[in-house]
Design a binder for this molecule. Structure first.
Ligand code: SAM
Length: 245
């Protein structure tokens, strides 16, 4: 049976957006980890650890199944695997990012399965997972609401979604300093090292378009999540949003 196309123009635009994003991450994949840690002065590691901590009850359960959507090179996936005994699967639609994630299995003495898949059309059945995580991924989706609906669909009833994403800094003064670094300095360094200035100009640009803390929480509630809450990290540079199906 053919999938129903709602609006062909919008579908084509979504397809083009996804293709641009996939190609962009394929280009920067070899430099991605190094730049992530260097540009954030390793704070990104603490942000992912915090997500893991928020899901600690699920991650400690050996019967639990957790999906890391838009897992990229697998940093959060590995962090969750090492934390507890739950089974973790990583999925992403960019093969070069997944290849790096797979290489890291050996180095980290883990054997996480990685599945190529689109966060807007996940290759998993309804009600499969006890938790779904999306770290720095949702912002890149062509349709944020659809991404949230997909996460909701694959969660079991009672399952939890955790989103780690750049957000709106809340401390006056720091907000301006961070904005200067993020918009002016980061694209230059990121561009030089990765060889793709576009990708590191896209980063602040995509963050400025992404919903702030309150709006993302609202969007999650509209999709059907309950017990929605968020925590600002590093003065709101990033936030963790949590919700339950
Ligand atoms: C900034 S990276 C984040 C990777 C990883 N989660 C982390 O914390 O470092 C964004 C990832 O989202 C993936 N991505 C973007 N849109 C996607 C989509 N529609 N479906 C699956 N993956 C997607 C990209 O391929 C990329 O690997």
């Amino acid at each position: 049976m053919k999938a129903k196309v709602e609006n062909p123009k919008i579908e084509v635009e979504h397809f083009r957006h996804s293709e641009r994003i996939r190609q962009m991450f394929a280009r920067i994949a070899p430099a991605y980890d190094f730049l992530n840690h260097a540009l954030s002065m390793n704070i990104d590691k603490r942000w992912r650890k915090r997500v893991t901590y928020k899901l600690k009850d699920i991650l400690k359960n050996p019967d639990a199944l957790v999906l890391d959507v838009a897992c990229g090179t697998g940093d959060l996936t590995i962090e969750m695997r090492k934390f507890g005994s739950a089974k973790i699967i990583g999925t992403d639609f960019c093969r070069p990012m997944l290849e790096i994630a797979k290489e890291k299995n050996l180095k980290n003495h883990v054997s996480i399965p990685y599945v190529e898949g689109d966060g807007l059309n996940l290759p998993f059945s309804e009600g499969s997972f006890d938790a779904v995580t999306i770290a720095f991924g949702l912002r890149n989706f062509s349709d944020w609401e659809k991404g949230l609906k997909e996460a909701y669909r694959v969660l079991k009833f009672g399952g939890r979604l955790a989103i780690l994403e750049f957000s709106m800094p809340i401390i006056p003064g720091f907000k301006q300093i961070f904005s200067f670094y993020f918009n002016k300095i980061l694209p230059v360094i990121g561009g030089m090292i990765s060889g793709s200035r576009n990708a590191y100009e896209y980063l602040p640009d995509s963050v400025s378009r992404f919903p702030n803390q309150q709006k993302l929480a609202e969007m999650m509630k509209n999709v059907g999540f309950s017990s929605v809450e968020y925590e600002n990290l590093t003065g709101g540079v990033v936030a963790i949003h949590l919700g339950q199906k």
